[in-house]
Design a protein. Structure first.
Length: 208
């Protein structure tokens, strides 16, 4: 997928999700959650330099991504602080990478048993409120692969072979991707305590 196609998705006019209530065995989509995408400005020279430093100047796809928008919050709920996916600003990557390693080790994961990408990879995004991160392999064999650092279901295999593949997975099936990443994203109707789980993506909620 090209970055232009991803950008077109970001610009969907009135995005939202048809959702079912958590715990409803019928999974009937009875609520429409309206969301917004918060897109950062084009990356500054400082942001681009941060990409080059974090990834040893060997991450062209991420560099192009940050050049277009430095930081993105996808599927932000209009009625709560829930959101689907966050791509951090480039100047945050090194701090977030350290945070990821420290948190996993604190949870009991043995550092010496962790795969190479855990030690050398760079965190550039997360599923908000999950403690799970998207990590890119910056160089060497498998450079550009994206891994999902999941403290509940740790997998050593890549989630996507490239940033472009990751973006394609998201755009092709947003609720399916969120479910694959642990089903952490739950929306609010602003009236009840029901947690609404996204089931189907709607590009324009004004069309019903």
């Amino acid at each position: 997928m090209s970055l232009e196609q991803f950008d077109a998705h970001l610009l969907d006019s009135a995005p939202g999700f048809r959702c079912f209530a958590c715990g409803d065995p019928s999974e009937e989509p009875r609520f429409l959650a309206r969301v917004i995408n918060v897109v950062g400005k084009a990356g500054s020279m400082t942001a681009i330099a941060a990409v080059d430093t974090a990834c040893s100047a060997d991450a062209p796809a991420l560099r192009r991504f940050v050049q277009r928008h430095d930081g993105v919050m996808l599927y932000q709920d209009e009625k709560s602080d829930a959101a689907g996916i966050e791509f951090f600003k480039a100047t945050e990557w090194q701090v977030r990478t350290k945070e990821m390693r420290e948190s996993m080790i604190a949870m009991g994961f043995e550092e010496n048993d962790m795969p190479e990408w855990f030690h050398k990879g760079v965190v550039f995004g997360e599923i908000p409120h999950s403690g799970n991160y998207f990590v890119v392999q910056p160089s060497g064999i498998g450079a550009g692969r994206v891994f999902y650092c999941d403290h509940d279901d740790f997998q050593t295999e890549p989630l996507a072979e490239s940033l472009e593949d990751l973006l394609s997975l998201i755009v092709k099936d947003p609720p399916g991707f969120l479910y694959q990443c642990g089903c952490f994203t739950r929306y609010s109707d602003g009236k009840t305590d029901i947690q609404w789980i996204p089931m189907a993506y709607i590009a324009d909620c004004r069309c019903g």
